[in-house]
Design a binder for this molecule. Structure first.
Ligand code: H79
Length: 443
């Protein structure tokens, strides 16, 4: 073809694609509700923080401190940190096993770090050699293996991706010693590195959620967030994107501090919203004290606390994203597996009160009873973790005379009596399972 015709065709194509770009920031409420449906229904996901930082495992030159932040905590020079890639060889990694651990815990989606702040790419990236395929002896595409395993198991596959990047010189105005870098070109990083990587991730692994982080750097702006949000949804319209794509997040509490920001849901980190909220939100939390694997971290949360958190979050209308930090050998720590299995056993009995339920404004009674509601509004679930004398007293639910009350996991209805505004429910002799029990009150 002649050069001029080529140029003309190119120009026409360019114009067409510019016209075809939809502005997803003006999506209708109804369209957003539809797009977010699976996510709100699924309620519980598993977060996976895995990268080169699993090699030092929270210790550098004999000194503890830092997990996935270890590069910054110990001010490790880039060339030194890069050496961990040569030691990353997780021979025990088995994607099917990880997905099975998530599934039997009752998690409906997983979110794994494609790139954390250290800048190392956990797939065979087309724009860098600093990735699992080119820089490690392992040379396996773990994102491919995991996304395939998720698909086979009916688990939604999602990706965490850090906007900030300690490895790309153009991505930062200061180096690890906080010395100014000369002429960093953040726009170049955005256009020739960050955006191409994300387009590549969508094309290759088809994630359902992109979970951004590291948006607090001064180089990132709301405008860049909006641009990225639109860019990504134009590639995959059904994509769900967290609020860290924008600048609106108000600290660790995680909700937006202004209106009309880019992003679909709030992201409380290591905390749960104080009360119920109609906004979309997801609390991400660790199982011990760290996100990435730290060999000396034995600060494990109890199964009771994890289930209390899940119940509290569901009652307040949110999602729970619970983290595991696998080792450099490719294994999820046994303590994590045990706790997740307990959650799965509990959910097998009580799932009806958690998934695809609505939160309610009056979501609790005292410190030991939480409520959720079925979507059709016909049943209220009262989840309680303490009771006395084999009965439960409720003052904020008023079922009609003749209404049936069941305990999940028990077949026959329970007897109950009304005394004024309160009802007293006689509990079965043997309660099913441990930790927390659910009464299903049919109105
Ligand atoms: O990936 C995990 C952590 O490595 C990452 N997020 C989870 C999911 C994380 N990065 N930083 N932090 C957690 C804590 C950082 C807090 C701060 Fe800030 C960043 C303090 C000041 C800048 C966030 C933004 C809180 C205030 C502004």
């Amino acid at each position: 073809m002649k050069k001029s015709i080529l140029l003309l065709t190119g120009l026409v194509l360019l114009t067409c694609s510019a016209i075809a770009q939809k502005n997803y920031l003006q999506e209708s409420k109804a369209d957003k509700v539809k797009r977010m449906q699976w996510w709100t229904d699924d309620t519980f996901g598993m977060f996976i923080h895995w990268g080169l930082y699993a090699v030092p495992a929270g210790e550098y030159n004999g000194k503890g401190g830092g997990a996935e932040w270890i590069m910054e905590t110990h001010k490790i020079p880039t060339a030194e940190y890069e050496k961990f890639a040569g030691q990353f060889n997780p021979q025990k990694f088995n994607a099917k096993e990880w997905v099975q651990i998530a599934k039997s815990a009752g998690a409906k989606y997983i979110v794994i770090t494609s790139k954390h702040h250290d800048g190392f790419s956990m797939w065979d990236s087309e724009v860098t050699g600093y990735d699992i395929m080119d820089a490690t002896p392992f040379k396996r595409d773990i994102l491919k293996e995991l996304s395939d395993a998720c698909k086979a198991a009916g688990i939604k596959f999602c990706l965490y991706h850090s906007i900030l990047d300690w490895h790309q010189p153009d991505a930062k105005s200061k180096d690890y010693l906080r010395q100014a870098i000369e002429h960093p070109d953040f726009n170049k990083y955005r256009e020739t590195y960050l955006k191409p990587q994300l387009a590549e991730l969508i094309r290759k692994y088809n994630p359902e959620v992109l979970w951004f982080d590291g948006e607090w750097i001064p180089e990132w702006s709301e405008q860049q967030g909006k641009d990225l949000y639109n860019y990504l949804r134009n590639i995959k319209p059904s994509l769900i994107i967290n609020n860290r794509v924008s600048k609106a997040r108000g600290g660790m509490e995680g909700m937006n501090k202004y209106e009309n920001a880019a992003g679909d849901f709030g992201t409380p980190e290591q905390e749960i919203l104080k009360g119920a909220s109609q906004d979309y939100w997801e609390s991400c939390m660790t199982l011990n004290g760290n996100w990435g694997y730290v060999k000396n971290d034995n600060n494990w949360k109890s199964a009771q606390l994890l289930i209390d958190n899940l119940v509290d979050i569901a009652a307040k209308g949110g999602n729970y994203l619970l983290n595991v930090g696998p080792t450099a050998e490719g294994q999820i720590p046994a303590q994590s597996i045990e706790r997740l299995a307990e959650m799965g056993k509990w959910l097998a009995i009580n799932k009806e009160a958690i998934y695809a339920t609505n939160g309610i404004a009056n979501y609790k009674e005292g410190d030991h009873i939480k409520f959720t509601q079925s979507k059709d509004g016909k049943s209220t679930y009262a989840l309680f973790n303490k009771y006395e004398n084999n009965e439960l007293l409720l003052t904020s639910v008023q079922p009609k005379t003749g209404s049936k009350i069941y305990m999940l996991g028990v077949n026959k209805p329970l007897s109950w009596t009304k005394n004024g505004d309160a009802i007293t429910i006689k509990l079965p002799e043997q309660l099913p399972g441990k930790y927390t029990w659910t009464l299903k009150i049919q109105h």
